[in-house]
Design a protein around this ligand. Structure first.
Ligand SMILES: *[C@@H]1O[C@H](CO)[C@@H](O)[C@H](O)[C@H]1NC(C)=O
Ligand SMILES: *[C@@H]1O[C@H](CO)[C@@H](O)[C@H](O)[C@H]1NC(C)=O
Ligand SMILES: *[C@@H]1O[C@H](CO)[C@@H](O)[C@H](O)[C@H]1NC(C)=O
Length: 270
C-alpha cells in the first residue's frame, strides 16, 4: 500500500528528491573521504595514431608485449618518440624480418620511462635508456643530441640521426613527439658497415691480424656543460661560431645566410 502511494507520488516530489539527493550526497562524509582521482593518462597508442604515427601505433597494437608495456609505463612518466607513417613505411621490410621478440624490443626502444617536456629534452641530452632496456646484455640505449635548434636521436647502428619533429602530447606524465626515422638499436641491427671492402682471402700467416672495425660509441659527454666549461655558455659559443663564420662574407651574403637560418628555424619549430 505504501509502495503504491510512493509510486503514485506527484511528480513534483520526485523532482525535489532528484535535486536534493546529489546535494545531500555531496555534503555527506562519504564525499569528503572519496580521493580525488588523478586524471587518467591519455591512451598512448590512440594519441600517437591521431598525431601522425598511425602506422607505428598499429605495430604496437599488434604486439601484446609492447602494448601492455606502453600502457603500464604511461602512468609513471613516459616520453615516446614515434616515427611518422612515412618513416615506418620505408622501414617495414626490415621490421618484418625481425622475430616477435625483436619486433617488441624495437617498438619499446622508441620510448623512455621518464617524462621530458619539449623544453627539458633540449637540456637533457646524452645517453638514455629505453623501455626495451633490460640489463647490460639488452642495453637498448640511444643518444639524444642538440643540433642547432633541432633535437636528434641516434645509435651506432643508425646511419642518419632521427630528428624530433612535432609535439603530439606534452602534459606531465606523458610526452609524445614524432621523429622522422625509425631509430635502429645496435642490439638488432649491425652498425653501419665501414666503407673498406673485405680483403680477398690470403694466407693470414704474416699479415697482421685484421682487427674488427672499432664501434665504440663516441663518448657522449661532449655537449654537457661541464665544470671546466669557459664562462660563456655553449649556446653563445655556437652563436659566436656562426657569427665568425659569416663575418668573412660580404654583407649581402650575410643577409642571405641570416634569412636562410630564420627559415630553417621556422621550419623546425613548425
Ligand atoms: C588504448 O586504445 C586501444 C585502441 O583503441 C585499445 O585497444 C587499448 O585497450 C586502449 N588501452 C587502454 C589502457 O585503454
Ligand atoms: C631479411 O633477412 C634475410 C636473412 O637474414 C636477409 O637476407 C634479407 O636481406 C633481409 N631483408 C631485409 C629487407 O632486411
Ligand atoms: C649503451 O649501449 C651500448 C650497447 O649495448 C653499450 O656498449 C654502452 O655501454 C651503453 N652506454 C651506456 C651509457 O649505458
Amino acid at each position: 500500500m505504501r509502495r503504491l502511494r510512493l509510486a503514485a507520488a506527484p511528480h513534483g516530489v520526485l523532482l525535489l528528491l532528484l535535486i536534493l539527493l546529489p546535494l545531500v550526497a555531496a555534503a555527506g562524509p562519504a564525499a569528503a573521504k572519496a580521493p580525488a582521482a588523478p586524471p587518467a593518462p591519455p591512451n598512448v597508442t590512440t594519441a600517437m595514431a591521431k598525431g601522425g604515427c598511425k602506422a607505428f601505433a598499429d605495430l604496437i597494437a599488434a604486439s601484446p608485449d609492447a602494448s601492455s608495456t606502453y600502457q603500464s609505463a604511461a602512468g609513471g612518466g613516459i616520453t615516446v618518440f614515434c616515427p611518422t607513417d612515412d618513416a615506418v613505411r620505408a622501414f617495414l621490410p626490415r621490421y618484418k624480418n625481425l622475430t616477435a621478440d625483436g619486433k617488441a624490443e624495437l617498438l619499446l626502444f622508441h620510448a623512455v620511462p621518464v617524462y621530458y617536456s619539449r623544453g627539458s629534452l633540449k637540456s637533457n641530452n646524452g645517453v638514455m635508456n629505453t623501455l626495451a632496456t633490460d640489463g647490460a646484455a639488452k642495453n637498448y640505449n640511444f643518444t639524444v643530441q642538440n643540433e642547432g635548434d633541432a633535437v636528434t636521436i641516434k645509435t651506432a647502428a643508425s646511419g642518419d640521426a632521427a630528428r624530433v619533429k612535432s609535439t603530439v602530447v606534452d602534459a606531465d606524465p606523458v610526452a609524445i613527439f614524432t621523429v622522422d626515422a625509425v631509430i635502429e638499436p645496435v642490439e638488432l641491427f649491425k652498425p653501419a658497415p665501414s666503407p673498406t671492402p673485405a680483403p680477398s682471402p690470403a694466407p693470414a700467416a704474416d699479415a697482421p691480424k685484421a682487427s674488427k672495425p672499432a664501434h665504440h660509441p663516441a663518448p657522449v659527454v661532449a655537449d654537457a656543460p661541464g665544470p671546466a666549461a669557459t664562462d660563456s655558455p655553449p649556446a653563445d659559443q655556437k652563436k659566436e661560431a656562426k657569427k665568425s663564420a659569416a663575418a668573412g662574407a660580404p654583407p649581402c651574403v650575410r643577409w642571405f645566410a641570416a634569412a636562410l637560418a630564420a627559415v630553417a628555424m621556422a621550419s623546425t619549430l613548425a
